[in-house]
Design a protein around this ligand. Structure first.
Ligand code: NI
Length: 168
């Protein structure tokens, strides 16, 4: 297990396209485990993509197992691809690589994602709601796309927190 350093916006590597895997080997499994360990030591992260730790390969982890309403995951995915999408929803997103910022982003309401699991087995995930958002966000990272590119409006996380406290 290893915690890797999370790269932040301004780092050129976050803007590059990641390479797919030809097969899921021990090195791929180690990367997935490191992504998971790194994600778990953040305060409230729900997903992490390989470029965020400086590796330009198509690997992501998504973990909504702490979600009270609808716990799902963790998912450790190699070569994830969105094969179907429908509907739309606007969600307020943040990113571990863009600390202090939140933004409203329009995403599909439902997506079907195909990927390989850590054993190289093909899996299909039918996701809606938050899981669909997080999968789209993480897969974007593999193409060098960040949520701030898609956001219709950006906020400082601190301002949002203060407003929430005032309205309580
Ligand atoms: Ni992100």
């Amino acid at each position: 297990m290893a915690i890797r350093q999370i790269r932040e916006i301004g780092d050129e590597l976050l803007r590059k396209k990641s390479r797919p895997y030809e097969k899921v080997d021990d090195k791929a499994r180690e990367l997935l485990q490191d992504l998971y360990d790194t994600l778990k030591q953040t305060d409230d992260g729900v997903g992490l993509a390989a470029p965020q730790v400086g590796v330009l390969r198509r690997a992501i982890v998504v973990d909504l197992s702490m979600d009270e309403e609808n716990p799902q995951g963790p998912f450790k995915l190699i070569n994830p691809v969105i094969v179907k999408k429908s509907g739309s929803q606007v969600c307020r997103e943040g990113c571990l690589s863009i600390p202090g910022k939140l933004g409203d982003v329009e995403r599909p309401k439902k997506v079907t994602v195909e990927a390989l699991d850590e054993n190289g087995k093909k899996i299909t995930i039918k996701a809606d709601g938050l899981l669909a958002v997080v999968l789209c966000h993480e897969i974007d990272h593999l193409d060098g796309v960040l949520f701030v590119d898609r956001a219709t409006e950006l906020f400082n996380a601190e301002d949002v927190e203060n407003e929430e406290n005032e309205s309580k």
